[in-house]
Design a protein around this ligand. Structure first.
Ligand code: DP6
Length: 319
């Protein structure tokens, strides 16, 4: 037990199979589409908040610029009532090189720790709603396994909930491709993607893909889950390439090479589908059974890329 009054929460990161890629309201972080994700067991953020003289942030024992966190704490103060300054101490087990959105687990853990610390009696959905103001993808990190973030239409109606899927033996092979191209933040990427002439079509198609994904998940049809997730991810990245405001891509040559190998793996009879986020890394959707084989195959071909296997993870917890 620490002597300082505080509270610790743990949130796992999530990877979207149907992506959030565009904001209807950039202040409230209301999305243009609903999204669906899988929470991962292997990557998480553990955050402790303690009363202090001023808001501050430490991540993995290093003091960080706390502007985004400070702004978020002020949003919580506006929404829930004032509370004293907090020292935020985060342990991030989301390797940046894995290109997974650490903002998802970070803002979920922070929201949960602050709520518990202040004895707010909130449901997971209400916590999800608050976390959205910090980072959209954080809405989905409160729930185990699959979650759906319903886009809603205003501050109170836009949050995620657990999506129950019966027994799906799913795994991801996470390819840690190092980034060499200039980083475009998710927010900036979305803003630019929304200038694509294909943006309205993406919004329409994404709604259809979400419905198809639900059916595939209920049928435990992993092949179909992968097909839909890959199509959705490629459409998202297509928006970046066709943005009229400074078109861009998160892909590099290794991203393309791994994506080619994903097709080769499929031709060999494996379940293997690619999904990519705001970075060059590829996450391959496959079965628990085939994940080791796929990892071995890719390790052989890409000596400089590291591969992890990730599996479904738990919802929010406290220490
Ligand atoms: C590509 O949640 O990082 O990972 O709301 O601006 O913080 P902000 O964006 P963020 O965006 C995540 C985008 C994505 C897709 C997804 O997770 O749905």
């Amino acid at each position: 037990m620490s002597e300082t009054k505080g509270q610790t929460a743990i949130a796992h990161t999530n990877i979207a199979f149907i992506k959030y890629w565009g904001k209807a309201d950039p202040i409230l972080n209301l999305p243009t589409t609903s999204s669906l994700s899988l929470t991962l067991n292997e990557y998480y953020t553990k955050t402790r908040v303690e009363e202090a003289d001023e808001d501050s942030l430490m991540i993995n024992e290093l003091k960080q610029d706390s502007k985004r966190v400070h702004e978020f704490l002020n949003v919580l103060r506006e929404e829930m009532g004032d509370f004293p300054p907090l020292r935020v101490i985060s342990e991030n087990k989301v390797p940046l090189s894995a290109g997974l959105a650490s903002s998802a687990s970070s803002f979920a853990a922070l929201t949960a720790a602050v709520a518990k610390h202040n004895n707010w009696d909130l449901s997971l959905e209400e916590l999800s709603c608050l976390a959205r103001r910090g980072s959209g993808s954080a809405t989905r990190s409160f729930f185990p396994d699959f979650a759906i973030w319903d886009k809603g239409h205003d501050d109170k109606s836009s949050f995620a909930h657990h999506y129950d899927v019966p027994n799906l033996p799913i795994a991801l092979v996470v390819c840690k491709i190092s980034g060499t191209i200039k980083k475009v933040s998710s927010s900036d990427g979305m803003r630019r993607a929304q200038t694509s002439p294909n943006y309205d079509a993406w919004v329409k198609e994404s709604a259809k893909q979400l419905e198809d994904m639900k059916v595939a998940l209920q049928n435990a049809d992993l092949e179909r889950v992968g097909q839909i997730a890959e199509a959705n991810a490629l459409a998202m990245h297509g928006l970046n390439l066709t943005a009229t405001d400074r078109r861009f891509t998160y892909f590099n040559q290794n991203t393309m090479k791994v994506m080619e190998e994903v097709k080769v793996l499929r031709a060999k009879g494996y379940i293997a589908y690619a999904t990519m986020d705001a970075g060059p890394n590829v996450k391959i959707i496959t079965s628990l059974e085939q994940a080791e084989d796929i990892k071995a195959y890719l390790t052989e071909r890409f000596r400089k890329i590291q591969f992890d296997i990730a599996t479904p993870g738990p919802g929010i917890s406290y220490e």
